[in-house]
Design a protein around this ligand. Structure first.
Ligand SMILES: [Zn+2]
Length: 171
């Protein structure tokens, strides 16, 4: 079975087009109070966790600093801390809500590395199930995705109390 992280298979072209036409979707999600519309699972003053609207797999999440920046070197200590803690808790969230067999974590820096949204640094968190590589390319091109995105959103949100640990540690 293929278990390699394969960012070049992701549909980054859509994001490039959206960013050009409508601006940065991560910033828009960070500014909006409508969590459901932007598929936001969690956000605080430093980070935002949302679902990828062009998922590589069910439950594909994007974690980003709230500030629009593209380089790790620009991150403050607080942003780094919150990114790391949110990765930890997101793994917990995905395990509870979706019970995957494994997870991929990845960052694509620059277009050559497959970054679709270059301007806003983000970490991909992708749940994996044994055998999922076979049907992914098929479901990625069907209209099943919008409905299943909402279902997955609800399943993840139901377990979003895992992030209370982070809110508590920030007080
Ligand atoms: Zn942005």
């Amino acid at each position: 079975m293929e278990i390699l992280w394969a960012p070049w298979r992701m549909k980054y072209i859509e994001y490039t087009k959206i960013e050009k036409e409508e601006g940065c979707f991560i910033c828009k999600a960070a500014e909006s109070d409508n969590l459901e519309e932007h598929l936001v699972i969690y956000k605080n003053n430093y980070v935002i966790l949302l679902m990828n609207k062009f998922p590589y797999n069910t439950g594909h999440l994007l974690l980003a600093p709230r500030r629009h920046l593209s380089e790790f070197s620009e991150l403050t200590r607080d942003e780094l801390y919150n990114l790391a803690e949110t990765i930890k808790l997101s793994i917990e969230l995905v395990k509870r809500a979706l019970t995957p067999d494994g997870l991929n974590l990845g960052v694509n820096l620059g277009k050559a590395a497959g970054a679709g949204l270059e301007g806003h640094l983000h970490v991909h968190i992708v749940p994996r199930w044994v055998g999922d590589t076979n049907f992914m390319p098929v479901i990625a091109n069907t209209k099943v995705i919008p409905e299943s995105l909402n279902d997955t959103f609800k399943r993840l949100r139901r377990h979003s109390d895992v992030f209370e640990a982070l809110n508590f540690s920030m007080r």
